[in-house]
Design a protein around this ligand. Structure first.
Ligand SMILES: [Zn+2]
Length: 262
């Protein structure tokens, strides 16, 4: 085994879980049912026999999910949750599955209504033109850039409270991970970087990213903020980066920042 860290929402430590579509739920099945509204979820263990969509099996439970517009105090916020890591991970997988399912109803080649594939665990198939659609997973880099004992942090205008994040962005066609990191840091902040290193990765289910966590050293340049993406970008001294300025502990941004300033 390797020594890479296992972050929240990752399936590595989730034993007895199978990601598989179960089209018809057998009568009297035990159900782990997720009701979801954005980042909030409610978990219930029931025996139900209706047309819920089932995306996997966990121990003896079939995992089902549905969306709601209601929120009661039974809902847990996935970022500050009291749920176990196992259940939180299953919720994340379910949320991604549900997002993909909702957005993949028609064949984008011919417009036909899609069915679930009979041959793959989870995929959709066009019976007209034979196109296959697998669950979407979008790779993105996130990077902690350091200069002496300072970290390059960013802030988006829509973030609540005074907290910082890191440069992050989607990998584009033709790019490898390193090229993507160099481009994103330069586009968002005007900084050139060197010594890029892989640290950890995380599945992030909002809606379905694979976050690739990196570190790098400052090479040259002065900060020029990309105001289309960011409200602020700046160097902050490690000792000034107190916990109240960090992103949610379940995120790889938090992990990378803690890893860098430790
Ligand atoms: Zn088609």
């Amino acid at each position: 085994m390797n020594n890479f860290p296992i972050l929240p929402f990752c399936r590595t430590n989730l034993e007895n879980f199978t990601f598989k579509l179960i089209k018809e739920i057998p009568k009297n099945s035990q159900i782990l049912h997720i009701t979801v509204n954005g980042y909030k979820v409610k978990i219930s263990f029931e025996k139900i026999n209706n047309n819920l969509i089932c995306f996997g099996k966990y121990k003896n439970y079939l995992c089902t999910i549905e969306e709601t517009e209601e929120i009661t105090n039974e809902f847990h916020h996935l970022m500050g949750t009291k749920l176990s890591e196992d259940i939180r991970t299953i919720c994340g997988i379910g949320i991604s599955f549900l997002n993909w399912h909702k957005k993949t109803k028609f064949c984008s080649n011919c417009g036909n209504i899609l069915d679930f594939s009979k041959n793959e665990n989870i995929a959709k198939f066009c019976n007209n033109c034979k196109s296959m659609y697998f669950p979407t997973l979008t790779p993105a880099i996130i990077i902690a850039v350091t200069k002496n004992k300072s970290l390059l942090v960013t802030r988006k205008a829509e973030w609540k409270g005074k907290r910082y994040g890191l440069v992050a962005g989607f990998i584009e066609y033709g790019e490898n991970i390193e090229e993507s990191a160099i481009r994103e840091v330069f586009e968002e902040t005007g900084i050139k970087i060197k010594n890029i290193k892989y640290i950890a990765s995380q599945f992030w289910p909002f809606p379905y990213q694979l976050m690739i966590g990196l570190t790098a050293d400052y090479q040259d340049g002065d900060i020029v903020v990309d105001k289309l993406e960011l409200e602020e970008a700046k160097w902050i001294k490690f000792r000034d980066l107190t916990d109240d300025l960090l992103p949610p502990p379940s995120s790889i941004a938090y992990f990378l920042m803690k890893h860098t300033i430790k």
